[in-house]
Write a protein that binds this ligand. Sequence first.
Ligand code: TYM
Length: 332
Amino acid sequence: MRVVSGIQPTGNPHLGNYLGAIKRWAEMQHETECLIFLADLHAITVYNDPAQLAATIREAAATLIACGIDPEKAILFNQARVPAHAELAWLLNCTARVGWLNRMTQFKEKSGKNREGVSVGLYAYPVLQAADVLLYQATHVPIGEDQKQHLELARDIATKFNADYGVELFTLPEPLIGDTAARIMSLRDGAAKMSKSDPSDMSRINLTDDSDTIAQKVRKAKTDPEPLPETLEGLDSRPEAKNLVGIYAALAGRETQEVLSEFAGQGFGAFKPALAELAIEALRPIRARLGELMAHPDEIDRILERGSGQAAMLARPTLAAAYQALGLPIGR
Ligand code: TYM
């Protein structure tokens, strides 16, 4: 079993990233080999200020460590330092089909009405993501629900490459999507996912928010006037209520049903303060640790450099075998 997953280093990581992905990586690193990376090559598919990017990558790495990713246990690195990602992505661009990429919903959302004006990189983005996991023969990829389609594409690319060139080179990776936190929604709109790109900061809880800000965001979160129901079905047509109960369950590491059993019949006047308290206590140590880590930026750079070296070693045989399969031997 080998776990591989990544996060874009731009924008503030939020509670959706934490519960949907990062917290689960931190748990899995104790059980299995994990490669966790900052998807900086994905970040440049839209314009990013070069002067800021290096600092952003460092801060994102520090955030992952503050959330519990231990660089002694997991291999922590950034994509750009491992050129095999970009290389394999090119090889896989020649296997992926235009029709497959045309179906990617995230590209449709991100390009919107400006389809002709976005970068080729934004379009080919899911092929790079396929390379990210296939390069390491990942067996499992812990992600939020929004990345599921990209992972299915990675499986399609792997299957076609193996079939076209008559090899059993790429392992088909399985998505690992959590139950309670697969899709954390905006605090302002139960139909939109919590996202770094939402213009309203009130829509998300950032991992760097202080306790007062968290309390205020939870207090102002959109809800309905009904008390909490006894069963999950009672949340079906109440997206905002469902989201807050889901966040509570994920933070507490409990089943949603258990949380409902505790709060059934109570209104949000009682539930919101309990949720705010839980979120504040969960994020307080992360924020404190992040502050300590950011005081030593050189140390973060060293960690990324070391992790990238380890990742590059693991990537080499698969990259060489991919060239070999294509009739372009490069040696090992
Ligand atoms: P990114 O940076 O948008 O998000 C990182 C992880 O957080 C999850 N996530 C969420 N989970 C639950 N609720 C939410 N509201 C929420 N928002 C984000 C994402 O599903 C993801 O798991 N393309 C990827 C990065 C990537 C990658 C990869 C991931 C590049 N290569 C290879 C896995 C494997 C991205 O932009 O994630």
